[in-house]
Design a protein around this ligand. Structure first.
Ligand code: CU
Length: 359
């Protein structure tokens, strides 16, 4: 039987029973704990809706037949019923609060990355995904992650709005030029998982595909030490059997591991702040020059000249570089020139990583 028929039958069956078969054909495999929780909530909502849909339609048909217009019959005058009214107020109230509470718990898990999450930078561009790792390696199309480790994606776009969607992990977030957004996941299933762009981003939007390559602890070590992983031999995602990695990325160099003696992301950032001339006004050791030192600023609460207090995070640093006049650090002149257009996404990621490393 072709997959399409299987899926069609699955959808029809899924309407009536929750068998593993119906489940697998209607929602993708759940490859994280969050995905599992998401599925439970989804199926709960589905069956609550199904219950009320069937109940209401059945009652409607029944009443339409039973109380249809008949000769010599006068409709009865119906008084209110306090017991019934209490019942149909209390039960739905409990139900919606139950759904709200459950949704809140799952949503919280979904958006709050654990503090020990490994960060990977993601750059969306027409029409591919680029991934930049802490050690300075970067890959296109394939995102390499270890199994059973929380991973946080810090994402930005080089051109238009894209959206990162990993169905098997049930996470999706817009990837927007000029700012950072993030998602996180802890993959439980080694192998290959599909990535889609789900924000229409131009003619080749549908080709903006990617794969999450979830490696076992051993394969991860190999990959980090520069060994090439035979990705096509890894278990493939059963939900999307016919997918391709990244049709547009096919002509690009195959992503091997990292080249020897490559600079880490933070080291690249350090080289960049001299190359771009930031060192004329900023130091990394706590000394003030024209501007504040980078040392220890990440995560700190800083006072601005208008009295407001901001927490230094990725988006703030990015704004400081691209639009320095937006917020002026208290006690400093508004003399920093803008670097908008002079620092690309990868370079921004490296500079931010370097500033983060200056504890
Ligand atoms: Cu896109």
């Amino acid at each position: 039987m072709t997959t399409r028929y299987r899926q069609l039958i699955g959808v029809i069956l899924g309407l009536f029973i929750k068998s593993g078969f119906a489940n697998a054909a209607t929602v993708p495999v759940a490859a994280t704990d969050v995905a599992r929780d998401w599925d439970s909530l989804y199926w709960f909502l589905f069956y609550v809706s199904l219950f009320f849909f069937v109940g209401i339609v059945a009652a409607m048909i029944l009443f339409a037949v039973k109380y249809r217009k008949q000769v010599h019959k006068k409709s009865a005058y119906i008084h209110g019923h306090v017991g019934l009214e209490i019942l149909w107020t209390v039960i739905p109230t409990i139900l919606v609060f139950w759904i709200f509470g459950w949704g809140w718990v799952v949503y919280k898990d979904m958006v709050h990355a654990p503090s020990n999450a490994m960060e990977i930078n993601v750059v969306g561009k027409q029409w591919m995904w680029q991934f930049v790792y802490k050690n300075g390696t970067s890959t296109i199309g394939d995102l390499y992650v270890p199994v059973n480790k929380p991973v946080k994606l810090v994402m930005s776009s080089e051109d238009v709005i894209h959206s990162m969607f990993i169905p098997n992990f049930r996470v999706k977030e817009d990837v927007v030029p000029g700012m950072y957004t993030s998602i996180w996941f802890e993959a439980k299933m080694p192998g290959i998982h599909q990535i889609f762009c789900t924000e229409y981003c131009g003619t080749s939007h549908s080709g903006m595909l990617g794969r999450v390559v979830v490696l076992t602890a051993e394969q991860w070590k190999d990959w980090q030490s520069g060994k090439k992983i035979d990705v096509d031999s890894l278990p493939a995602d059963p939900t999307y059997p016919g997918y391709r990695a990244n049709r547009l990325g096919e002509g690009l160099p195959a992503e091997a591991g990292q080249a020897p003696h490559q600079l880490s992301l933070a080291e690249k950032g350090k080289a960049l702040i001299s190359a771009k001339g930031c060192v004329a006004c900023h130091t990394s050791d706590g000394t003030k020059l024209v501007g504040p030192s980078y040392k220890g600023i990440f995560g700190k609460e800083e006072k601005m000249s208008d009295g407001k207090v901001v927490t230094v995070d990725e988006n703030y640093i990015r704004e400081s570089i691209e639009n320095p006049q937006a917020k002026i650090v208290a006690g400093f002149p508004p003399s920093m020139p803008t670097y908008k257009g002079l620092v690309n996404e990868e370079e921004l990621a490296a500079i931010i990583e370097y500033i983060k490393s200056l504890k």
